[in-house]
Design a protein around this ligand. Structure first.
Ligand code: MN
Length: 205
């Protein structure tokens, strides 16, 4: 049984950048539904028992039944993506990262500001529902990509990328407060991204 990560902050703690009702709905309804649907699908796939979610998502082709494969892709992706997203948000966010990640950002993008610009442009350009990502490749290099729906970088690039930061641009992530203004949400989200959590994921990847 997969379980949602426990939040280290209250639903209202990310105000005014992310509002309380959005957090309640996003974590309590959307993320909960992805998790429940994933667990239900896995009951029909005993061969996957005990596997990590990363392993399952990197090997979706191992699921023979096309309908079950799609269910695991969408809901397993939703489960993994939201665990990552909620984990890297924090009321103490917005401070630049330290250490190896800071050095790699400078090497790959010139500055944190330039990386944020690239992530923002990538997130803004997602048509419909999807995600923008910062991932680490096997050489340690940082890569910015986007995915549709609940796909993620574990499913692309031959499973070579490890996502360390994800920005949800489904409307459910921002519509209650920002309506159709995704650009306004993207300005605010970076004020609650905990770059030290991202740095920790970079080191562990
Ligand atoms: Mn979402």
């Amino acid at each position: 049984m997969f379980e949602q990560i426990k939040l280290s902050y209250d639903f209202a703690a990310l105000e005014p950048h992310i509002d309380e009702l959005t957090m309640q709905t996003h974590y309590g309804k959307h993320h909960a539904a992805y998790t429940n649907n994933l667990n239900s699908a896995l009951e029909k796939l005993p061969g996957l028992a005990g596997k990590s979610i990363e392993d399952i998502l990197q090997n979706l082709e191992a699921i023979d039944d096309p309908a079950l494969r799609t269910t695991v892709r969408n809901n397993g992706g939703g489960y993994y993506n939201h665990n990552l997203y909620f984990d890297i948000l924090s009321p103490q966010g917005g401070q630049p990262p330290q250490g190896k990640l800071a050095e790699q950002i400078e090497a790959d993008f010139g500055s944190l500001e330039e990386l944020v610009k690239k992530l923002t442009a990538t997130a803004a350009s997602v048509f419909g529902s999807g995600w923008a990502w910062l991932s680490k490749d096997p050489s340690g290099k940082l890569v910015v990509t986007s995915t549709p729906n609940q796909d993620n970088p574990l499913m692309t690039h031959g499973g070579q990328l490890t996502p360390i930061l994800g920005i949800d641009v489904w409307e459910h992530a921002y519509y209650l407060k920002y309506k159709n203004m995704r650009a306004d949400y993207l300005k605010e989200i970076f004020k609650v991204i905990d770059w030290n959590k991202v740095a920790q994921r970079y080191t562990e990847a």
